[in-house]
Design a binder for this molecule. Structure first.
Ligand code: DQQ
Length: 533
């Protein structure tokens, strides 16, 4: 029950118990969404990995099915690690995944549905030719750094292409393989892309985005042409963050040239890893799935009997500037909204704290927008600083000029516990620089949790635009979207006082300047039906 399990989520994806990590092979088949995920059937720490399987009509409610892919042949006998689905012509899905073989080498395997007329795709058959890609003496691939095949895309020459994450010394690489029949794969002469000093590239993802297109419109993974740009996402094992590069894909040479040479942009500046996207041909959008690990101690995970959740799936597209991606929770999640609270426009003075009454603050969706009108009092930032470190030094309790202003979520009555999601505006090189923080340093009286604050700069000029924040609150997860999806930060928190009906929500301003709240809309969120919970 929720009284002894206060951290289980009500509308974020999780199984009833045990460890989960990466989303695997998401796809849409016969109108149903399929989500597989790395799962330990035997406990709440990583191990014994199989592909657990759930299906959904709406990306919100999920029906659990039996594990779809589990160790059964030499090429995966020590584990079925991450991989992706591809739709072959005629609407036939196939899965490429990493198997761990008897020598603990990482190899790539193919699986296909036993019965295409079953919309649940319950049973999967493995190719007798597995493994299809393997480290050999000849290819010099490191057998412990060769994993996580992408969704394949098809070139105009009729060849399928797939990327496998890899490293050579500290050079991260997206190794490219090509095939005509999806069974016989040949390594290309060079990787699609690589970067010095980045370490192992886990869970690569490679997809086209519309250049200067309408918001929220996605493309099939094989689409190419002058109207698109390409995105390469890699999960950096050394940093445990998902980074992406926007660039140009030269299909004739099979080379990707990013606009920035090193990965700097992240999908999420909080806790978020091993994500992957699909093209959703039902709604013509690209949808992003990602894993959120716990921030609690392993002992606490064992005690509560589970570990890991997924974020709300996000629509993802290229911002009109061409410089960054935009992410927004899929619109279907709004079907869980009930009992709206709307505030009239109002001033939020320096030092003010306003409670948002009338919602279930432990399980909520909040949208708030701020208008800044006086810029004189902005704190001056003399030297560039790492935004996460800035958020650590200048938490919600540190008074500023313009800001900190934002939300206190999962707050206890006396504010002994709260998580602060807020903005602070600096003057830097004669421009306004917007910092967004998700500060969980005061989120719990239990100091066993990792409570390091998160932060990023948001590319919004508050002189010309309102500054918006949307936060999805769900017991132990706080998923925030600043600047209409320009900056995302996901936090895990474990309050001891602000649990269930005791949690409260506030808007606050701890700067000296007033700011105007131009919008506050908050909803209680209904519980979703997730895997029988
Ligand atoms: N998780 C999987 C690997 C992948 C890693 C193993 C990323 O395939 O590289 O559970 O979290």
């Amino acid at each position: 029950s929720s009284s002894n399990q206060p951290y289980r989520t009500a509308y974020h994806f999780q199984p009833p118990k045990n460890w989960i990590n990466d989303p695997n092979g998401p796809m849409r088949y016969k109108g149903l969404y399929h989500l597989f995920y790395q799962y330990n059937p035997k406990g709440s720490v990583w191990g014994n990995i199989v592909w657990a399987h759930s299906v959904s009509k709406d990306l919100v409610n999920w029906i659990p099915l039996d594990a779809a892919i589990f160790p059964s042949q030499p090429s995966d006998i020590n584990g079925c690690w991450s991989g992706s689905a591809t739709m072959l012509p005629g609407g036939k899905p196939v899965i490429l995944y990493t198997g761990i073989d008897p020598n603990n080498h990482q190899v790539q395997n193919l699986a296909f549905p036993k019965n295409l007329s079953d919309p649940f795709l319950r049973e999967w058959i493995k190719s007798p030719k597995n493994p299809l890609m393997a480290p050999t003496v000849a290819n010099k691939i490191n057998s412990t750094s060769f994993r996580d095949p992408t969704t394949a895309w098809k070139g105009k020459d009729g060849y399928w292409r797939v990327l496998i994450g890899n490293k050579v010394n500290s050079v991260g690489r997206a190794v490219l393989y090509k095939s005509k029949d999806f069974v016989n794969w040949v390594e290309a002469k060079q990787p699609l892309h690589s970067a010095q000093g980045t370490g192992m590239w886990e869970c690569p993802d490679f997809f086209p985005v519309l250049n200067n297109g309408p918001i929220n419109v996605g493309l099939d993974t094989s689409v190419d042409g002058d109207h698109v740009r390409h995105v390469l996402k890699v999960s950096l094992d050394d940093k445990k963050h998902d980074y992406y590069l926007i660039g140009t894909y030269d299909a004739s040479q099979d080379v990707f040239t990013p606009d920035n040479s090193q990965p700097v942009l992240r999908y999420d500046y909080g806790k978020y890893y091993a994500s992957k996207t699909i093209f959703d041909d039902g709604k013509n959008r690209r949808v992003l799935f990602g894993w959120v690990n716990e921030s609690s101690s392993q002992n606490d995970d064992i005690k509560k009997g589970w570990s890991g959740i997924h974020t709300i799936p996000r629509s993802i597209w290229l911002h009109k500037s061409g410089k960054q991606l935009i992410q927004w929770p899929v619109q279907e999640i709004e079907n869980l909204r009930v009992n709206p609270v709307n505030w009239p426009t109002r001033l939020l003075k320096g030092g003010e704290l306003l409670q948002v009454n009338g919602i279930t603050a432990v399980q909520a969706d909040v949208e708030i927008s701020f208008q800044v009108r006086e810029f004189q009092k902005a704190e001056v930032l003399k030297n560039w600083a790492d935004p996460q470190i800035l958020c650590g030094m200048k938490g919600a309790g540190v008074k500023g000029g313009i800001g900190p202003f934002g939300l206190l979520v999962l707050a206890s009555k006396d504010l002994q516990e709260s998580t602060a999601v807020f903005f602070r505006i600096f003057r830097y090189q004669n421009k306004n620089l917007v910092l967004m923080c998700s500060d969980q340093s005061r989120s719990s009286l239990n100091k066993e949790n990792d409570m390091t604050p998160f932060g990023t700069f948001v590319d919004v000029d508050p002189l010309h635009e309102n500054l918006s924040l949307r936060t999805l609150i769900d017991h132990s997860v706080v998923e925030s979207f600043g600047g209409e999806g320009k900056a995302c930060i996901t936090s895990r928190v474990y309050p001891t006082l602000a649990i269930n009906e005791k949690a409260q929500l506030y808007a606050f301003n701890n700067g000296t300047s007033s700011v105007r709240i131009t919008r506050l809309s908050a909803w209680s969120m209904k519980k979703a039906n997730i895997n029988g919970n």
